[in-house]
Design a protein around this ligand. Structure first.
Ligand code: PLP
Length: 389
């Protein structure tokens, strides 16, 4: 990465690990063949794709036959939710999700509600943990799917997935989890979690953009989502994104080996940042669960100022953070996640998200701790709300 820029928006996307790029390179030129063809470069590519599938499976404790490549988290979420809904349309039309899902899930549910499906949105507590009892009580005979994300991209709260999966299983209902923010960051075992389907995306853990995967447990009844050729056993058509898939495989291999070490380092930096901000800026609210939270994520509300103004000032110092989710910035609506945890809209407008990753250094944190209090002080001096206090 370019000198002096400080990137702290890893939950939006990550830079590609150079080792990932290195293995991808060959597949653009020398090994460009279409894996569905029969000549040698094609056959070689097919073998490499199967190796990548094995690596994805190993990272999440699944079997290779249960992994299907997609274009990323959004497609995997769409496939999971629409695929189950369409396959089970004769059984029922009721889906349970939560208020704080990613838009890939929320907007898919919104679409389904327009064509006859009924969606129940489970609320969350002030830390962003879903109300498991509410989910249990919402189940009825028409319920065909429960979909709850593993960790939230904005505030980092990690959900009690095992508990919810158990409830789903007891009631004979499929359970999908959007694991885009956890795969590659923390250990994810589909067996331990007890899930039927999960979504994951390469660019959230140092792989390339535009490629991801879906885990579908053997025996799950799910409709094809992308109709086309016979790729992926006819379940997902379209010419293989060979470099992307090879890159995803490598990113999984690296994550499996290095994730644990990295987590310690990144957590130390995030904790230092959190402590420093709390000590040096008055009137701050930290969002998300105090313990059950992604170790890299720090979401906070700075009262009496606009998050967007802070971001612009940080940007001027070449510090890149986010005001919440990348998808909601650009609109003036406060984050649906912050509203769901009970933050009043005027305070939610002052939200900032720092999400750290493996290329951050201690001096990055020191720089933010030097610059941020001054920015906040300057903006608060201009704020009529701060004056009135
Ligand atoms: C980024 C993200 C997605 C979307 O993944 P893409 O690969 O960018 O389509 C879905 N869910 C969550 C929780 C995410 O953070």
């Amino acid at each position: 990465m370019e000198n002096k820029t400080i990137y702290m928006d890893y939950n939006a996307t990550t830079p590609t690990d150079p080792r990932v790029l290195e293995v991808m390179k060959d597949y653009f030129f020398e090994k460009f063949g279409n894996p569905s063809s029969i000549y040698e470069i094609a056959r070689e590519n097919k073998k490499e794709i199967e190796k990548a599938r094995q690596k994805v499976a190993e990272l999440i404790d699944a079997e290779p036959e249960e992994i299907f490549f997609t274009s990323g988290g959004t497609e995997s979420d769409n496939w999971a939710i629409k695929g189950i809904s369409f396959a089970l349309k004769n059984k029922g039309n009721h889906i349970i999700t939560s208020q704080i899902e990613h838009h890939a899930v929320l907007n898919t549910c919104k679409f389904l509600s327009k064509i006859g499906y009924e969606i129940t949105y489970a609320p969350v507590d002030k830390y962003g943990v879903v109300d498991v009892d509410f989910i249990r009580k919402s189940i009825k005979k028409e319920t065909i799917l429960i979909t709850i994300m593993h960790a939230n991209n904005e505030i980092g709260t990690i959900q009690p997935i095992e508990e919810i999966a158990k409830i789903a299983k007891e009631n004979g209902i499929y359970f999908h989890s959007d694991c885009v923010q956890t795969v590659g960051k923390i250990p994810v075992s589909v067996k331990k979690l007890g899930v039927d389907i999960i979504s994951l995306s390469a660019h959230k853990f140092y792989g390339p953009k535009g490629v991801g995967a879906i885990y579908i447990k053997k025996g799950t009844k799910i409709e094809t989502f992308i109709h086309g050729g016979e790729q992926e056993k006819g379940k997902r058509g379209g010419t293989y994104n060979v470099p992307g898939i090879i890159g995803l495989g490598k990113a999984c291999e690296i994550a499996k080996e290095e994730m644990e070490e990295e987590a310690k380092k990144v957590k130390y930096l995030r904790d230092k940042l959190e402590k420093g901000i709390m000590e040096n800026i008055p009137e701050i609210i930290i969002n998300g669960h105090p313990e059950n939270r992604l170790y890299n994520t720090l979401n906070l509300c700075v009262k009496y100022v606009e998050g967007e103004s802070i971001l612009l000032n940080l940007d001027f110092e070449k510090i890149y953070a986010s005001s919440g989710s990348a998808c909601t910035s650009g609109s003036l609506e406060p984050s649906h996640v912050l509203l769901a945890i009970g933050i009043p809209p005027e305070i939610a407008h002052g939200s900032l998200r720092f999400s750290l990753g493996k290329y951050n250094k201690e001096e990055d944190v020191d720089k933010v701790l030097d610059v941020l209090p001054k920015i906040v002080e300057k903006l608060r001096k201009m704020s009529p709300f701060w004056e009135k206090k």
